[in-house]
Design a protein around this ligand. Sequence first.
Ligand code: AP5
Length: 217
Amino acid sequence: MRLVLMGPPGAGKGTQAQFLASYLSVPKISTGDIFRMHVTRGTELGHEARRYMDAGDLVPDEVTIAMVKERLDEDDTRDGFLFDGFPRNVAQAEIFGDMLAAMHTPLSVVLELVVDDDEVVRRLSGRRTCSECAHVWHMLFDPPSVEGICDHCSGKLFQRDDDREETIRHRLEVYADQTAPLVGYYATSGLLEGIDATGPVEDVTARAVASLRHWGQ
Ligand code: AP5
């Protein structure tokens, strides 16, 4: 199964990707997570990506594509993958399509998590991430037992720099301008499946799994 999970910032892509990748037994590849890992390690790529991420803009395509190509060359992607947050514009989708065609491994399906802007702001402003194990919590919808501390590993929780309200609004504009056109792009190729991403996490997962079963998984 070669799956792309798309949707606005805060739609729950990372949350659902974790369950779905395990359900499908494929690696979850989040371009946002890879960029953040480079930022944490202080690499040159991280230094360049950070400027764009903090502003809520897309990292330039050539940087993103080179990173994705390198990741796809790893052995664990041979039997499938789940991309979370890539592709993010039509240019990336076209190059991605060419890369997969050259490997004779076309995409199986694109799941779009559908949720409105107010819910996005609610979800992102309450998001907290563990600095040790990277588990994602929510202050209201999925709070840890002790405020600011991860239940799984006792690591300290932090708020992402791009989760400030004004940056969230800008990320939503970037999504509408640059990423939303992918809905039409993938619908035309017959690969798109929209999923109602409102309500409890387990309900969204159940809808996504039902949809994947419909696609033969
Ligand atoms: P990225 O990390 O991909 O950010 P994003 O797409 O903005 O998505 P988020 O990670 O913010 O949200 P999510 O949908 O994963 O939601 P989550 O599951 O955490 O990218 C960051 C930046 O990297 C970009 O802005 C860009 O600069 C750069 N970048 C990345 N990919 C790129 C690319 N391809 N090209 C160029 N640049 C790129 O959930 C959010 C919160 O809601 C959590 O607290 C969670 O617990 C909670 N939650 C989840 N589901 C529910 C639910 N059903 N009910 C209640 N709460 C819920």
